[in-house]
Design a protein around this ligand. Sequence first.
Ligand SMILES: [Zn+2]
Length: 236
Amino acid sequence: MVRLSLFFLIFSFSVSAKVVLLDPGHGGEETGAVGKLNRSRQVHEKDLALRLAHKIKKHLEKDATVFLTRSIDRTVTLQERADMADKVKADLFISIHFNSSTDKKAHGFETYYLDNNKDAAVKKVEKQENFSLKGEDLVVHQILIDLTIQQTVKASRALANAVHGRLRGHMKPVGITDRGVKAGLFYVLALSKRPGLLLEAGFMSNEKELKSVQQEEFMERYAQGVAQGIRDHLRK
Ligand SMILES: [Zn+2]
């Protein structure tokens, strides 16, 4: 009897625990955006994204089963990241990035979910994040994109609002600008075929902001905000 109820306990836990796949952008030979501190020291997006992903994992692990598409500095294609979502049966896919712009004054954080957007500024972000060294010419079939949008847009938008809402509160003391929730066509989200987000946590092309996003306080607050937003969404 004891053994039987233990079985049910484990069984009910395993069916209710949600799986979240965190995806630190870029990695290995693909640096992502490159920022410069004091006009010399280079900072790579791949390293900041990995640091932030580990922190989000730490805060989220109490409430979900959490996996990373890469836990070290290594090259992973967009398709491999999406395949991992199938392998771990992820309920949510969260891709983690830092922004870059030719406008050195651009600043702030934004949260993307998968949907079409004609905005020119968003097109530039899509171009940066859809680039993959091992699949430079990666073209994702429009039918797959449309189908995934149809199946996920409602949940993804709700998730984006939950996460961004928490971030708004958490990031206020740090003084980083809120650029809002946006739609964007990101291949990694389309290929993963499940509700998800692509986070742009701040601009590395803005030296002042680059200094701030590297701070422990920024990283902790951002990670807590994301974890809390995901938790809110999963409880609904
Ligand atoms: Zn990126």
